[in-house]
Design a protein around this ligand. Structure first.
Ligand code: COA
Length: 181
């Protein structure tokens, strides 16, 4: 597949390849552990070696998966950002609308705020519109993640809340007056 030079950032956006796997696993580790600040318990991993092995296997499958889009931005031979999503369908009681789930997006911290994710997302949009007749792109993001603003800048809007109650703590919090809303 042809690669696509960036506009002035010295980066190339292309599909992920099996040869990218080791770099992707290391980026995934940074991606995942950066979420600890939002909810350490929710994002808790198996022992790291197991988690890395599982990710390697999962990403190898996704790279070959025709229903997935796995894009990387590379600087020379270095993978500096990636985007991964999969095609899905809505529940069968609804009209069949093709929905694409954006599962992960990560840019190395030193390159953030310089349009790298915008490049990846533009490429994704083109692919989805051209080849897959997708009507919607959806994603889950932590409410305090600055990525929310990035997604909004790219045209996403908030539609649902995902709500979580940690069993055993809610009643105590209510008694102490810590629960709002
Ligand atoms: C979210 C992330 C992928 C964005 O990548 P990025 O390359 O920095 O994004 P871009 O530079 O392309 O910015 C896209 C738009 O969002 C805005 N934006 C990006 N980061 C922002 C921030 N922290 N705060 C406010 N706006 C932001 C940009 O100004 C730009 O808007 P514009 O086109 O109107 O100027 C990157 O910050 C990241 O890797 N975060 C850590 C991993 C993560 O949490 N991923 C999301 C998990 S759901």
């Amino acid at each position: 597949m042809a690669t696509e030079p960036s506009t002035g950032r010295g980066l190339t956006v292309r599909r992920a390849r099996p040869g990218d796997l080791e770099q992707l696993v290391l980026l995934w580790r940074q991606f995942h552990t950066s979420h600890y600040r939002y909810d350490r318990d929710y994002y808790r991993l198996k022992p790291m070696r197991q988690a890395l092995a599982a990710t390697r296997k999962h990403y190898a499958v996704r790279i070959a998966d025709r229903n997935a889009v796995f894009l990387v931005a590379v600087e020379g031979r270095r993978v500096v950002a990636f985007l991964l999503g999969t095609l899905g369908f809505r529940p069968p009681v609804m009209p069949r609308t093709r929905t694409f789930s954006l599962n992960a997006a990560f840019v190395l911290p030193r390159l953030r705020g310089r349009g790298v994710f915008s490049m990846l997302f533009a490429r994704l949009r083109r692919r989805l519109l051209r080849r897959r007749r997708v009507k919607r792109v959806e994603l889950l993001v932590d409410v305090h993640n600055p990525a929310v603003t990035a997604y909004e800048h790219l045209g996403f809007r908030k539609l649902h809340y995902k709500m979580i109650q940690v069993l055993g703590t809610a009643r105590r919090q209510v008694r102490r007056g810590q629960v709002e809303g």
